[in-house]
Design a protein around this ligand. Structure first.
Ligand code: NZQ
Ligand code: ZN
Length: 388
């Protein structure tokens, strides 16, 4: 295992079907004025809103509602949330929802006391906060992003056609997250599979980098195998607790920085997917699914041994007698079959991309250099053309 690193994770987790009660344990540690962040209304339909509000009231909190956080939260919504927080001297932010609510809550936490334009400061200049940060807690209702135990926060700016993620420092991570797998039962199938693919992609983005023998890769393979297995169980029965709990726990470990230790990490599927998202506002996991195969087929020759190992270890393919190229391709075919079985969207055209957008999407794609091949803008355009 190469690379020097430190490791800490600042978020306390409560996991399980009785985990919401631990909100009672956490709330007394924070101030009275709570900004309650949630999305478009799913938590009102499935009863989670009522359960959370009851606990907040029991703990004597003043609740300031901040609903309507959209999937792929925007700078305009952030400005609205900042206003609510400032007007009410909010001293704690509780996000109840998926990655969008959790990301938005983190963006809010560093923006309320920020003297500058938060978009420019955090998402264009990538600066760290130098103001007081409002603590965030999370009650997770969708498994996918890992936002519940990381410092990432992705915000979309439609006017500038940019969707950008800032990975902040530990002090922006949720102080605690409550993970009740039962809360994910009400997810529509499209959101469930989209989250499952997001998890898988997070693991791949870290796995497909480096050529050293690295413990992180063995953990990654275990996480991928568990996810594939549970995805089929959850498809058969969305209320299979064991499967939904495995998916939720895998999501957290896929992106809480553990399996990136000692790795250079790739993240180009996300960079291209996010640029597609900036143009289409499509569901995050679907944007990733749609660009994955053309991307991996392009970089495969540069990381051929790892792609062979992916086929053997993750998909359990007997590659005896196969060349590296044949084995690697067999792994990608197995991946494609699984993606089709999940009904993922494998075409950016179906997400609203057309050929006239390709130059713009390629320009909006941030190019990183941790993977097996550093892409040129022409490479990105080729991937996008093949993904249509
Ligand atoms: O808004 P509501 O009505 O709550 O409905 C949501 C939303 O429509 C619905 N939903 C969530 N939980 C539900 C439910 N519906 C029924 N029952 C439930 N229990 O699902 C829809 C999608 O929710 P959202 O939070 O947008 O999904 P996700 O968790 O995939 O988050 C996506 C955002 O996270 C960012 C993405 O870019 C995107 O903006 N990401 C954040 C990352 C991070 N912090 O590290 C990394 C990821 O790669 C990703 O980029
Ligand atoms: Zn993702």
């Amino acid at each position: 295992m190469l690379g020097n690193f430190s490791y800490v994770n600042a978020t306390r987790l409560y996991f399980g079907d009785d985990s919401l009660k631990y909100l009672n344990k956490e709330l007394p540690k924070y101030g009275k004025n709570v900004q309650l962040v949630y999305g478009g209304g799913s938590i009102k339909r499935n009863g989670i809103y009522d359960a959370v509000v009851e606990i907040l009231k029991k703990n004597g909190k003043n609740i300031f509602e901040d609903g309507g956080v959209m999937p792929n939260p925007t700078v305009e919504k952030l400005a609205e949330g900042i206003k609510t927080a400032r007007e009410n001297n909010v001293d704690f932010i509780l996000a109840v929802g998926g990655g969008s609510c959790c990301d938005y809550a983190k963006a809010l936490s560093v923006s309320v006391n920020c003297k500058e334009d938060p978009w420019d400061k955090y998402y264009i200049r990538f600066e760290d906060p130098d103001c007081e940060i409002i603590p965030v807690g999370c009650v997770l209702t969708m498994a996918g992003t890992g936002s519940e135990m990381n410092a990432g926060s992705v915000i979309t700016n439609h006017a500038q056609k940019l969707k950008i993620g800032h990975v902040f420092k530990d002090n922006v991570m949720p102080k605690f997250s409550i993970l009740n797998p039962v809360f994910t039962y009400s997810l529509p199938k499209r959101q469930m599979v989209s989250g499952i693919y997001d998890i898988f992609c997070h693991i791949c983005e870290q796995y497909f980098s480096g050529n050293d023998d690295n413990t992180s890769d063995y953990i990654a393979e275990g996480l991928m195998k568990s996810l594939i297995n549970s995805s089929y169980e959850a498809l058969k029965n969305p209320e299979d607790y064991e499967a939904r709990s495995n998916i939720m726990w895998t999501a957290t470990w896929a992106l809480n920085t553990l399996i990136s230790r000692g790795k250079s990490t790739d993240w180009m599927v996300h960079m291209i997917g996010q640029a597609v998202g900036a143009y289409t506002d499509a569901t995050h996991g679907m944007t990733l699914a749609a660009v994955t195969l053309p991307y991996y087929r392009m970089i495969m020759p540069y990381g051929i041994k790892k792609f062979r190992r992916f086929a053997e270890q993750v998909w359990q393919i007997d590659t005896n007698g196969m060349t590296d190229e044949e084995a690697a391709e067999a792994g990608l075919i197995a991946l494609e079959t699984w993606m089709n079985n999940l009904d993922l969207c494998l075409s950016t055209g179906e997400l609203g991309v057309n050929e006239y957008m390709i130059d713009g999407i390629a320009n909006a794609t941030i190019i990183l250099n941790g993977g097996y091949k550093v892409l040129s803008k022409d490479d990105v355009k080729q991937i996008l053309r093949e993904s249509l």
